[in-house]
Write a protein of this length. Structure first.
Length: 249
């Protein structure tokens, strides 16, 4: 999959004519590193946001065996989501580190889309690298790509007809898929109102963060998230921003 060139055009505001969003990512903390400040702004405005995670992140901490790590990271993810106003967090129980792109993953995500019936679907960078510099993980690539595909699958009753038999009627109401962490963003959300809560949301993943860095966890989270938001400001009228690559359907 080729990596597109970076864009420099101004970022457009994200659409606002929607009431429900479904965020689909691979691991606990993916959304907190990617777009929690935007989620906080959306829930503040009365919009409903649901999280669906392909795994419980059970292979993410080398010093903690998966049987103990998975439940702990699930608990941290639920607490993290609550900080930004998200009440519903679901896990698809694919295996962390070895998620396979294919019909099984597409079916599970399509089922979630039919179940929650969002107008906006959010996912994470599905390309091979982060900015052409850092290699992306296979899990992120698989889930991001499958989410883009499942947004269409969910509306076609002849794809995964077993979902209809389970009472999940087709949902063709997805208007957009927004990709966080893209090297080619087109739209953005003002990060200012939700930035402080996004820091607290990421801090809920303390077990993972304390293994990841020797820095003070709060300093690490604040520096990372503030830096990312400021990096997008030049393209968003000087305002710190959470950028997205927006695909219309």
């Amino acid at each position: 999959m080729s990596e597109p060139a970076k864009e420099t055009a101004p970022l457009e505001p994200m659409p606002e004519d929607w009431t429900r969003a479904l965020a689909v990512v691979a691991h606990p903390d993916d959304l907190e590193y990617g777009c929690a400040a935007a989620v906080a702004a959306w829930t503040d405005a009365g919009r409903e946001v649901t999280y669906v995670l392909a795994t419980r992140g059970e292979a993410g901490i080398d010093t903690l065996e998966p049987a103990k790590c998975g439940p702990l990271r699930e608990q941290e993810q639920r607490a993290s989501a609550a900080v930004v106003g998200v009440d519903t967090v679901e896990f698809l129980d694919h295996r962390d580190g070895v998620i396979e792109y294919g019909t099984a993953l597409r079916r599970d995500i399509a089922a979630a889309i039919r179940r929650h019936r969002p107008e906006l679907v959010v996912t994470l960078n599905h390309r091979d690298t982060w900015g052409g510099v850092y290699w992306n993980t296979p899990d992120h690539v698989a889930v991001g790509r499958a989410t883009l595909d499942a947004a269409g699958d969910a509306g076609n009753r002849w794809i995964f007809p077993e979902l209809t038999e389970q009472g999940l009627e087709p949902w063709n109401g997805v208007k957009w898929v927004a990709v966080a962490g893209s090297v080619r963003p087109t739209h953005a959300v003002d990060a200012t109102p939700g930035l402080e809560r996004s820091v607290r949301s990421l801090l809920e993943h303390r077990t993972y963060i304390e293994v990841l860095t020797d820095e003070d966890p709060e300093t690490y989270c604040r520096t990372f998230l503030t830096g990312n938001a400021q990096a997008a400001a030049d393209r968003f009228g000087g305002r710190p921003a959470v950028p997205f690559e927006l695909f219309s359907r």
